[in-house]
Design a protein around this ligand. Structure first.
Ligand code: GLC
Ligand code: CA
Length: 570
């Protein structure tokens, strides 16, 4: 069985991803020299020194934040955190992170400023694709704990005002799932039609089936017992479910009800555009759109739940929102999330500008989910070309652009990539969290971790960074505290400011109460630029470093890879 994505394929994952022109650029990123280079006057453009916002939100801000996080609009105001449960915290000394371990770290997450969690798959799985190969949709993998542990996690999160979304893998199951075990036996068993079968390794009504699977090889695997081939969009251990079989469609809707009844606050829906195939397309075809609408209808019968889509296409998630209230509440915005590193490496903002323009046309209520890393792509540390200032600039954009930020675990300490790849190259971004400086297990485990730690585990430990006011962790805490209780960042209008230097990204966020200008310099040298945008206000730096002159023409000055938030109102 092909275990793996070809060595040398960097971030990647989806074949669709590999098809985009941007992928080539992304692959080139690792070797791309930083643009600009060293300048003797580096930093001169910054008249003001860094201004640190208060590290903790005030009681007033905190009260306001809790109010904003209550009610149906909560998902627009929340800061999410993607947890790879397996790599977060081991509680029973077997080297594998688990639910009880996660519970023990909820206070840490709360202190960081996290409002909601997205848990990567926690259902029983042979782990052919890191849990994205589910063998039972209504149970917890014993490596992570029990259903009682999961219920306790929900209760403990709720007690802290935090929400929990789980990963829902609808498109395919594991080949170890009893449904598939039955389906594969012969052509007449009760589950015979639950998967996508064919006499030949292709099918005219499945247009994408001839292109190969996302992971490279043929999308069809011969099942000798049945003398037929089954369709798998991902690894052979992940047969696609046949949604044209009514029993399958019903079963998976019942599964969503099962977890909503348990009390989850929603789902992150894995490759959800791929549920149905047609001869001409396999992505978000009308049948899939209708199915998503039926999921939304179920979700809407529970109060304050939210669902987030993982789009197939990487440049525009608009189709996942439907009319704004009938499909997804949120969809990942990969146009920024997967490609920001290219913008920094080239010192050219156009990728980010396009992402912002696309997002500004989302229907009312819809919200992009903003990432700078995930379990599928490079650690942000690599995308930033190992430059901490670029990293901070990217995180600042993630937290201030219109959208809901999703932090990938360990991003707040700038966790570095690992080297071991038991499944595929994506494992480099899935290494265990490092909590303490010392010890073989770095506070993650008392045993040997299931996957070796990434580079520099002591330096990137929470313990080491906690003590350092200039660490990435301190930066993240400040950033989230700065955002907290200010609805302008979640729902305020966003207006791009076209600075005449393409190395500078600048935009205004405003609502009735407040208005800010955010500016980030993508270039590795100080930059100054102007735009014919009439702005008024103090232009006082409230975060970062730089200067802003307002008037009929706006002038922004930033240090090399610098960033700043300027206050305009109140
Ligand atoms: C999604 C997941 C990825 C997985 C794939 C197949 O893209 O994020 O990790 O490999 O779906 O389930
Ligand atoms: Ca464990």
């Amino acid at each position: 069985m092909p275990r793996g994505i070809e060595a040398g394929t960097l971030a990647s994952v989806h074949r669709t991803y590999a098809r985009t022109a941007a992928f080539a650029l992304l692959t080139a990123l690792a070797s791309a020299p930083a643009c600009g280079g060293s300048d003797s006057d580096a930093g001169e453009a910054a008249p003001a020194g860094p201004v640190r916002p208060p590290p903790r939100p005030t009681a007033e801000q905190e009260a306001r934040a809790s109010a904003l996080l209550t009610g149906p609009d909560w998902y627009r105001h929340a800061v999410f955190y993607e947890v790879n449960v397996r790599s977060f915290q081991d509680s029973n000394g077997d080297g594998i992170g688990d639910l009880n371990g996660l519970v023990s770290r909820l206070d840490y997450l709360k202190g960081l400023g996290v409002d909601a969690l997205w848990l990567m798959p926690i259902m029983p799985s042979p782990f052919a694709d890191s849990g994205y190969d589910v063998a039972d949709y209504r149970a917890i993998d014993p490596a992570y704990g029990t259903m009682a542990d999961f219920e306790r996690l929900l209760g403990e999160a709720k007690a802290r005002g935090m929400r929990v979304l789980i990963d829902l893998v609808l498109n395919h199951t594991s080949d170890a799932h009893p449904w598939f075990q039955e389906s594969r036996k012969d052509k007449t068993n009760p589950k015979a039609n639950w998967y996508v079968w064919s006499d030949t390794p292709s099918r005219a009504d499945i247009g994408c089936g001839t292109n190969g699977s996302t992971f490279g090889d043929s999308a069809w695997e011969l099942e000798p017992a049945r003398e037929q081939y089954y369709f798998h969009r991902f690894y052979p251990g992940q047969p696609d479910l046949n949604y044209r079989e009514p029993a399958v469609a019903k079963e998976m809707l019942d599964t969503t009800r099962f977890w909503l009844d348990k009390g989850v606050d929603g789902f992150r829906c894995d490759v959800v555009g791929l549920l149905y195939e047609t001869a001409t397309s396999c992505s978000l075809v009308p049948e899939t759109v209708d199915y998503i609408k039926s999921i939304r209808q179920i979700v809407d019968t529970y109060p304050d739940r939210a669902i987030v889509a993982e789009p197939v296409e990487l440049t525009n998630s608009t189709p996942y929102f439907g009319g704004g209230k009938d499909m997804f509440h949120m969809a990942f915005d990969f146009a920024y999330g997967y490609f920001w590193g290219i913008a920094f490496a080239s010192g050219d903002r156009r990728i980010i500008e396009d992402a912002m323009n696309t997002a500004s046309a989302f229907p009312e209520g819809a919200q992009g989910a903003l990432v700078i890393g995930s379990h599928d792509v490079l650690r942000a540390w690599q995308s930033a070309g190992t430059d901490p200032e670029r990293y901070r600039g990217a995180a600042l954009l993630q937290m201030t652009m219109r959208g809901t930020p999703f932090i990938y675990y360990g991003e707040e300490v700038a966790l570095r990539p690992g080297a071991a790849t038991p499944i595929d190259v994506r494992d480099t971004a899935r290494t265990p969290m490092t909590w303490t400086r010392d010890g073989a297990g770095h506070g993650f485990t008392t045993a040997t971790p299931w996957l070796p730690f990434g580079e520099a585990p002591a330096e990137t430990s929470v313990e080491a960074e906690d003590a350092d006011p200039d660490s990435m962790l301190s930066f993240y805490r400040s950033l989230l505290a700065f955002r907290r209780g200010h609805p302008v960042w979640a729902t305020g209008a966003s207006r791009f400011v076209p600075i005449d230097d393409r190395g500078i990204v600048a935009f205004v966020r405003e609502d009735d109460e407040e208005s800010y200008l955010v500016a980030v310099n993508l270039a590795s040298e100080p930059r100054e630029g102007t735009a014919p945008s009439a702005l008024t206000g103090s232009g006082r730096v409230v975060l970062g470093a730089g200067s802003l002159a307002v008037g009929e023409v706006v002038t922004v000055k930033l240090p090399a890879n610098g960033y700043a938030v300027f206050q305009l109102r109140p």
